[in-house]
Design a binder for this molecule. Structure first.
Ligand SMILES: C[S@@+](CC[C@H](N)C(=O)[O-])C[C@H]1O[C@@H](n2cnc3c(N)ncnc32)[C@H](O)[C@@H]1O
Length: 204
């Protein structure tokens, strides 16, 4: 396994360089040889993790300073874009083996994120949820998922492999967190009962 690259450290969220345990847990479900999109990548801790696992990565953020070093990596693409209306969606017509979103929520992107998961690809999404406002930022409900919201997002589109919503005390960023891992293979089943093939819930 290659060594994960480390970002320069300049601001609070960038001080967390360790990948999320949820993302690490499900990384192995992402089809090998594919490209992983790290949405609102910050310091690129997840893009770096997947690079270290041998995947090609695309890291997008409105501030790409903290991932500028990745531009020198042959298997990394860094895209600067305002994902909240300032710029068109930079990946129109492109799909990815993995779409990773961590600690970022802009609901109008949901349809674009779903459409960006290639057939057989994986969505790994984790961010703060209602209840977090009692402990820490973010407190704005616009930035907090409602109960079941990520399940509702993927229902009928992706196969849910794992979902959680609750207080996370261990890990780099504690809080009330909702997280999902889901695979775009609902239409690929060969079982005869309409059910998709199961995946490992402990692939790491
Ligand atoms: C809390 S950080 C999370 C960073 C990274 N996903 C992680 O988990 O380490 C939120 C990120 O969203 C990015 N962001 C906020 N608004 C954005 C926008 N309108 N367009 C693109 N990126 C944005 C910020 O620049 C920041 O890097």
């Amino acid at each position: 396994m290659e060594k994960a690259r480390q970002p320069p450290r300049t601001s609070r969220h960038l001080s967390v360089t360790e990948p999320s345990p949820w993302v690490r847990r499900f990384a192995a479900l992402v089809p090998k040889g594919g490209t992983v999109l790290d949405v609102a990548c910050g310091g690129g801790r997840h893009a770096r993790h997947f690079l270290g696992l041998g995947y090609a990565v695309v890291a997008v953020d409105r501030d790409v300073g903290p991932v500028a070093d990745l531009a020198a990596e042959p298997k990394a693409e860094v895209v600067r874009a305002d994902l909240e209306g300032g710029d068109p969606w930079p990946f129109a017509g492109r799909t990815f083996a993995g779409v990773v979103v961590a600690n970022y929520l802009h609901r109008p992107l949901f349809p674009l994120l779903l459409a960006a998961v290639e057939t057989g690809g994986v969505l790994i999404y984790e961010t703060f949820a209602r209840g977090n406002e009692r402990f820490a930022r973010p407190r704005n409900p616009d930035h907090l998922l409602r109960g079941g919201e990520l399940v509702d997002l993927v229902r009928g589109r992706l196969q849910v492999i794992a979902y959680e919503h609750g207080i996370v005390q261990r890990g780099p960023i504690p809080g009330v967190i909702q997280r999902i891992c889901a695979v775009n293979d609902l239409d690929a089943g060969t079982r005869g009962d309409g059910e998709p093939e199961p995946h490992r819930v402990d692939p790491a």
